[in-house]
Write a protein that binds this ligand. Structure first.
Ligand code: GLN
Length: 487
């Protein structure tokens, strides 16, 4: 039986109705993952060494995640299984522990089949910066899949697994979801413990998922939310997500940032306007909100300052002595220098260098602390916005996935500084404020997807899923298979 493109709940029903045995499922998914290996979307394909009877016992009618195969981003620690975080320096790292999220998914009897590729240490948005090779778009090899969670996005978009994990420091789940036409979700900051996940920038890092539906996100929230004493930033944001996600409120106040509109091409703008008309017809409201433009313009700079400095500080231990591959040297300083020089990629080195500069005593006040102050102003502006609306709609990308030749070798700081560069980084608002955020498939241009992104105030994860469920249903009615509005 063909298992491609099925969601968690569809697989669950097939297992329940005995249309499929767990062994058939796992063999088929494994075979499909294997047939895509040349795309570099996995760092490691895991063998499944259970026999048929053992596998069948993993299934439990009461547990929607039981026996569900998935892949996890390779910065998630998996005990005894290679975990590289996409960097050469960790090419031989077999963690002694499971990350809390790994453990929680294991406790639900899910079946881990692969570790997926990422931009080195999560630093990048293209999927071209991982040490094990470039990941390209599953539907067009000349384009990027997006990053940094490129392998996970690829796996779900190609229909190989029903869900995959990701981490999101700037937009690394939600932007690739847009490019690949799938659901990409990050919860309120701290809802899923980050313990055991190799960080990028702890104050901005969120863990989350790629799925085929909002329903599946709700299932995963129930399974993996919760306070964890091992992560001092974690919070108890548990709720009955699966039970309640489909109870969409009668009237939702949606909002859209006015300043975003002028950077949208006509076609995209038309699509949003058409959608807003349909939403209003259903009795909901859409409000165009003013957002301080100077603050919007500061997003890329503030993000770079904060994330690069946090990254260089968190990764001080990747030195060939505490962790990582070691290069020869005559004393420990030389060993560190040579190990880091030899095994980090150019993008990471660049970000570490900029980060270190900001951490110098004489620069901290002028650069880093000022950035943190601007971040606070951004958070206050977002708070104000939620006094008027429930759900903020943002475009997660302004075009389809770019061509590799147009982005190769470039990175966030290489964008030209024309007016409006911040729109590419608009989703970072979600990381700065910690609000829950989700990208859903929306339209298609030349048969390539562009998503739509929804946000709610911190801790309103259930309200976000309810609004997303409403929008998912609406989109399934008004958008056809070609990704165009039915007239
Ligand atoms: N594209 C962003 C960057 O390059 C986001 C990375 C992320 O979310 N991990 O930093």
């Amino acid at each position: 039986m063909e298992t491609k493109y099925l969601s968690i709940s569809e697989i669950h029903n097939k297992l329940k109705n005995k249309e499929l045995s767990v062994k058939e499922l796992i063999n088929d998914v494994h075979k499909n993952l294997e047939s895509h290996l040349s795309s570099n979307f996995l760092v490691t394909l895991l063998e499944n060494d259970f026999d048929g009877d053992e596998l069948q016992k993993m299934f439990d009618e009461q547990n929607l995640l039981s026996a569900i195969p998935f892949v996890t981003k390779d910065n998630f620690s998996t005990k005894g299984i290679l975990t590289t975080a996409g960097t050469k320096i960790l090419e031989n790292y077999y963690p002694p522990i499971d990350a809390t999220i790994t453990k929680k998914l294991k406790d639900k009897n899910t079946i881990l089949l692969g570790k997926s590729s990422l931009d080195e240490l999560g630093m990048g948005g293209t999927g071209l910066f991982g040490f094990n090779g470039e990941v390209h778009h599953p539907f067009d090899k000349d384009r990027i899949a997006g990053g940094s969670s490129s392998g996970s996005a690829y796996a779900v978009a190609a229909g190989l697994v029903p869900f995959a994990t990701g981490s999101d420091t700037g937009d690394s789940i939600r932007k690739p979801a847009s490019f690949n036409g799938i659901v990409g979700f990050k919860p309120t900051y701290g809802s899923i413990s980050r313990y055991g996940v190799i960080p990028y920038a702890p104050s901005l890092d969120h863990l989350g998922y790629f799925t085929r539906s909002v329903e599946d996100v709700a299932i995963l929230c129930d399974a993996t939310y919760g306070y964890d004493e091992k992560d001092f930033t974690s919070i108890d944001n548990t709720n009955e997500y699966y039970k309640n996600f489909s109870k969409s409120p009668k009237q939702i106040k949606f909002g859209f940032i006015k300043q975003v509109e002028k950077y949208m091409k006509t076609d995209l703008k038309d699509s949003y306007e058409k959608l807003f008309e349909k939403i209003k017809k259903d009795g909901h409201t859409i409000e165009y909100i003013d957002f301080n433009e100077q603050l919007l313009e500061s997003i890329p700079a503030v993000y770079m300052m904060i994330s690069f400095s946090e990254a260089v500080s968190t990764h001080a231990d990747l030195d060939g002595i505490n962790f990582g591959l070691r290069a020869e040297g005559s004393d420990y300083i030389e060993i560190m220098k040579k190990s880091r020089t030899k095994y980090f990629g150019p993008n990471v080195k660049k970000r570490f260098t900029i980060g270190s500069l900001q951490l110098k005593k004489e620069n901290q006040e002028e650069l880093l602390n000022r950035s943190k102050k601007v971040r606070t102003l951004i958070i206050q502006e977002i708070k104000k916005l939620y006094e008027k609306i429930d759900i903020l709609i943002l475009p997660p990308s302004f075009s389809v996935a770019p061509l590799i030749k147009d982005v190769l070798g470039t990175d966030i700081e290489d964008r030209d500084d024309n007016q409006g560069v911040w729109i590419e980084d608009i989703l970072i608002l979600g990381n700065m404020s910690g609000m829950p955020s989700i990208t859903l498939p929306f339209i298609k241009e030349n048969n390539l997807p562009i998503g739509i992104n929804l946000n709610a105030k911190p801790k309103a994860d259930l309200e976000l899923l309810q609004a997303s469920n409403y929008l998912e249903q609406l989109l399934s009615k008004v958008i056809n298979k070609e990704g165009k509005f039915n007239e």
